[in-house]
Design a protein around this ligand. Sequence first.
Ligand SMILES: Cc1cc2nc3c(=O)[nH]c(=O)nc-3n(C[C@H](O)[C@H](O)[C@H](O)COP(=O)(O)O)c2cc1C
Length: 207
Amino acid sequence: MNDLFEIMRTTRSMRRLKPDPVPTELIGKVLEAGTMAANGGNMQNWRFLVIRDPAIKAAAGAYYRRAWHEVVGPRYRSGGPAPGTTPERFARMLDAAEYLADHFHEAPVWIVPCAAGATPTRTTGSSIYPAVQNMLLAARALGLGATLTTLYLNFEKEAEAAMGLPEGVHSYAILPIGYPMGKFGPVRRTALADVIYDDRWGECWKG
Ligand SMILES: Cc1cc2nc3c(=O)[nH]c(=O)nc-3n(C[C@H](O)[C@H](O)[C@H](O)COP(=O)(O)O)c2cc1C
């Protein structure tokens, strides 16, 4: 797929992944797309850890699963649905999120974007997440499914130790990547008018 707007329109979180291996060449393309992203001063202080080792994925994935079942899942399930979503659709999303939690380690490839330095802030994150989005879009363009995940950060220290990150290096996400079981479909968002203001805060943008 080549049309950028169509790629953006259909880059959904793909949480059900086949365990089939992903060709190294495709992983390389995704990583290259990541490193094309904007970053502060072009210092490229990012590092991308590619994890395919089943033992490392099992060890770190256990913290993801725990975070879902003990913290994040119960919180989402006891709250209301996301804006513009029906309770049924939201419940299906949570089921997919739970599936991912239980099968996180089975995704054939993880990409873990990292940066060295002090406590992560908006500033450091700003130099990493453009790369993350580029990688999600590149994966979609190549027919690979992926999800931006951060809920393992509920067990940040333990998960980062399991991934072998050295002292002083922080991860900003884990992207589990693989061939999707289901089909890509359109993302669902609220209307532009609900989230865009025109000159003055609260005044609807009319285009
Ligand atoms: C900062 C951030 C963290 C996220 N963390 C997780 C996560 O840990 N697990 C997960 O299943 N999805 C995670 N997501 C994916 C969102 O739930 C998803 O983007 C949102 O529900 C919209 O769905 P869509 O991506 O399919 O359009 C995260 C997204 C963002 C932007």
